[in-house]
Structure formats: structure tokens, C-alpha cells
Design a binder for this molecule. Structure first.
Ligand code: 1CP
Length: 354
């Protein structure tokens, strides 16, 4: 495998010295890029794009051709796991994901199984190894998965939700059913991320996009506990290097200490917490990734640059910061504004690492 030329992302995740703050964007490959929309058209459906390793590789690399990013992220989706469990996933335009066979009872839950990584999810591993080869050591490749709680919201609700009515009713009235679902999901995520690592992923991120809708007690019991189990089960050293793990709970700013207790290397922050406060609370236990409001990218390039400068100053001197948005880039963003953001990080952050 080619020697890694730019390792500042992996170094910052492990709180090792870097020359400047590394930067990547959640959802950096996606609908805000016209070249992504063109490739998706060629593929047909979104899942066909995920299942085609050449096209998945092509869209993974598209943002790197435009911007000086310090990491690539596998092009795929978190819902590949429920799909591999036979729950009939489909994406309908304008409606988001739909799970054709939602999980509502203990009998449904008992039918769930840990998918076979080679036969059911081999297409994801093929995409990982194709992308890794094509990157040729230029930047590291991030693998990812949803958290058990976040995956379960789609599986129980049958798709996206505003209220989480069905999964919360299950959580309150049939906790054993939900724990069974989360347990199978945690085992699935461990196998899935380890297979991605063995196929070439050099860091992994767990997206707990909906953990923030829980009370602190329920977050501990139904989300964090299972992410902790995953962190315990992951391969942490591979191919002569550490494989850092990033936990991202959107809305999880009040739980950083407990998240750090899982043993993860880094925590993702959304924009509802100040990064200086987050740093003071976690100290040198974990690195921090974030945390610019994605809506800043609707503003002018000058205002974007000013916001980058503010966040860099808030984090302050030293390593342990990976610049990112606090959540995924929105589909309507002008790619030039994304470029202004990334360039600002590369130009303004060196002074904090001398
Ligand atoms: O082309 C299209 O119309 C499909 C839009 C799309 C894209 C580009 C979906 C459907 N998924 C993706 C790719 C994707 N999803 C990536 C790719 C890599 C990159 O970041 O460049 C990643 C990391 C994800 C992860 C994902 N999928 C999450 C967690 C991250 C987050 O943004 O919070 C979630 C919640 C999903 C579910 C999902 N898949 C797709 C959509 C539109 C959604 C969200 C639905 C909802 O809001 O409930």
C-alpha cells in the first residue's frame, strides 16, 4: 500500500503535532456538487451509486479534486446495515429513506441478524478498497457507520421522523425489544467497521445523528452504552498504524465527558457548543472535530473566513482540533463557498501550531 503523504488528519485525531489544522466536511461528496448530480444520474438510483465501486469511488474523489481537503470519506450510507438485514430500504425523491419492513414488535426484532460482511455488504468493502487504491496515499480514508440508536430510529419509524413517536413509545413500553434491536445493531456495526478497516479505512466515524433527541438518562441507556460496546470491539491498530475512532452525537454537547469515557479518540461537535468550552471540559483526553454552523456557508466568502478565524482562535494553540462543519453541508450551498471555507482553514491555522 502506498505511503501516506498527508497524515495531519490522523495525527490530529491522536493529538500529535501538526503543521496546520486538518479539515474535511461531513457530506463533502453530495448534492451541492454538480459533478455528483451528474454521476448519480448515470448510476440511476442512490443505492445503485453505492453498489457500484467505480462510481462510488468517483464521487468520493470529486470534492478532493476541487478542494485541499485532508481526508476522504467513503461514499455510502448508514442505512446499508438495515438494508442488509432485509428491511427493504428505498430512497424516494423528496421523501428521504423509506424502510419497507419496519421493526415494531419483539417478533420482528427476533428476526434481525448480523449481516454477512462478504455476501451482504461486500459492495461496501469493494468500494473501500477501490477508493483506498485510487487515493494512492494522498490523504487518509474515513470509514463510517450509524450508531445503533440512529439506525434503530429509521428501522422502527420506517424512515425519517420529526417526533420519534414510534421508537420512543417502544423505548418506554417495550425496552427489552429495543435493547434487543440495539444489541444486534451494535454487533453488526462492530463487524461492519472492522471489515471497513481491514479493507483500507484508516479512521472510522460513528454518526449518532439522532442521539440528541434523548434525555440524558435515555441517551446513556439507549445510545451511549451501545457506542461504548462498539468502541470496545473495534480494531484499533492495523497495518502498522493506529486507527482512530470518532464519535459524533448531534446535540451531544452536554455529554462530552461521558462520550470521552468510551475510549474514543475524538468527539464530533455540532455548532451549539463553544469549542473552547468543549476543550476545557475534555482536556487532553480526546481530540475535537467541528464545529462551524453549516449555515455559515450561505453567507459571503468574507464572512465565512471570519467565522473560521473565530473558531480557530476559540480552540487556540496546539493540536487536537480537526476543522469540520457541525453537521453535513446542505445541498443548496454554492461550492465556491465551501472552497472559501476550506482555503481559510489552510491559510489561517498554521499560526496555532508553531
Ligand atoms: O443523492 C441523493 O439524493 C441522496 C442523498 C444522500 C447522500 C449524498 C443520502 C441519502 N446519503 C448520502 C451519502 C452519505 N450519507 C454519506 C456520504 C459521504 C460524505 O459525507 O460525503 C454519509 C457519511 C452519510 C451518512 C448518513 N446517512 C447519515 C449520518 C450523517 C448525517 O448527515 O447526519 C444519515 C442520518 C443518513 C441517512 C440518510 N441518507 C440519505 C439521506 C437524505 C439521509 C437523511 C435522512 C434524514 O434526514 O432522516
Amino acid at each position: 500500500m502506498a505511503e501516506l503523504q498527508n497524515d495531519r488528519f490522523l495525527r490530529a485525531l491522536l493529538r500529535q503535532e501538526v503543521d496546520r489544522t486538518p479539515v474535511w466536511m461531513m457530506r463533502q461528496a453530495g448534492r451541492y456538487l454538480p459533478e455528483y448530480r451528474a454521476t448519480r444520474q448515470v448510476a440511476g438510483s442512490f443505492m445503485d451509486l453505492c453498489r457500484n465501486k467505480e462510481l462510488a469511488c468517483e464521487v468520493t474523489l470529486q470534492p478532493l479534486e476541487r478542494f485541499p481537503l485532508d481526508a476522504a470519506i467513503l461514499f455510502s450510507d448508514i442505512l446499508t446495515i438495515p438494508d442488509a438485514m432485509g428491511l427493504n430500504l428505498r430512497f424516494e425523491t423528496g421523501e428521504g429513506p423509506i424502510i419497507g419492513k419496519p421493526v415494531r414488535t419483539m417478533a420482528d426484532a427476533k428476526k434481525l441478524f448480523v449481516p454477512d460482511m462478504a455476501s451482504d455488504l461486500g459492495y461496501v468493502m469493494d468500494a473501500v478498497s477501490t477508493i483506498r487504491k485510487e487515493l494512492n496515499g494522498s490523504v487518509p480514508l474515513i470509514g463510517f457507520s450509524g450508531s445503533p440508536w440512529t439506525l434503530a430510529t429509521y428501522m422502527v419509524e420506517g424512515g425519517s421522523s420529526k417526533t420519534y413517536a414510534k421508537i420512543k413509545a417502544m423505548m418506554f413500553d417495550q425496552p427489552a425489544t429495543l435493547h434487543h434491536i440495539l444489541d444486534v445493531l451494535a454487533d453488526s456495526v462492530i463487524a461492519y467497521l472492522n471489515a471497513q478497516i481491514q479493507s483500507g479505512a484508516q479512521a472510522v466515524q460513528i454518526f449518532d445523528t439522532w442521539g440528541g433527541v434523548l434525555t440524558p438518562r435515555d441517551y446513556n441507556e439507549f445510545s451511549l452504552r451501545y457506542m461504548h460496546k462498539i468502541v470496545d470491539g473495534l480494531i484499533r491498530d492495523y497495518d502498522g498504524r493506529k486507527v482512530p475512532v470518532i464519535l459524533f452525537t448531534k446535540g451531544g454537547g452536554q455529554w462530552l465527558e461521558a462520550m470521552a469515557d468510551t475510549g474514543a479518540d475524538a468527539l464530533g461537535l455540532d455548532w451549539t457548543i463553544n469549542i473552547d468550552e468543549a476543550r476545557a471540559r475534555v482536556g487532553d483526553r480526546v481530540a475535537l472535530q467541528g464545529n462551524m454552523d453549516p449555515c455559515i456557508l450561505y453567507a459571503s466568502p468574507e464572512r465565512i473566513r471570519q467565522e473560521v478565524a473565530t473558531i480557530l482562535e476559540q480552540y487556540g494553540h496546539g493540536t487536537g482540533h480537526i476543522f469540520n462543519l457541525g453537521h453535513g453541508i446542505h445541498p443548496e450551498i454554492n461550492p465556491e463557498h465551501a472552497g472559501a471555507f476550506i482555503t481559510a482553514v489552510t491559510e489561517l491555522s498554521g499560526q496555532y501550531h508553531k
